[in-house]
Design a protein around this ligand. Sequence first.
Ligand SMILES: [Zn+2]
Length: 165
Amino acid sequence: MSVIDEGLRANQEYAKAFQLGHLPMPPGRKLAIVACMDARLTVEQVLGLKTGDAHIIRNAGGIATDDAIRSLIISHYLLGTQEFMIINHTDCGMLTFKDDELKAQLQQSTHTTASEPAAFHSFTDIEKNVREQIQKVKSHPWIPGGIPVRGFIYDVRSGKLNEVI
Ligand SMILES: [Zn+2]
């Protein structure tokens, strides 16, 4: 059985016991998070969130890409979130390669070029990366200045979330 089929089987059990069908669309805690997709970072558990509490936007690196910012704008204006968090983490895969090298490797192995993605957003300094994402979100003309945008590094060894000040 494939992992997807295993997931479908697990979903049958999930749906049998499901009791969250009453939840409204806007996040109950009015929180939106941009976090890395790392499999060790279970954002809901790390922050004590429940289904319906927050928008969690995930990608490789927890990067404030155009698409993450698109989601934050929709999250705030259409669904009422009032605080934004950026979450990166220790031992991130984005520290293990360079954009140019990966691009060259892909071009070589596929024998073709591609215009998208324009960047993979690899980085060498987690704190600096978090600061850059905060800055990117805060400086966007459609993100209201009054929204707190705070950044954090999750420690995959200790489970602790440390704020980047
Ligand atoms: Zn990561």
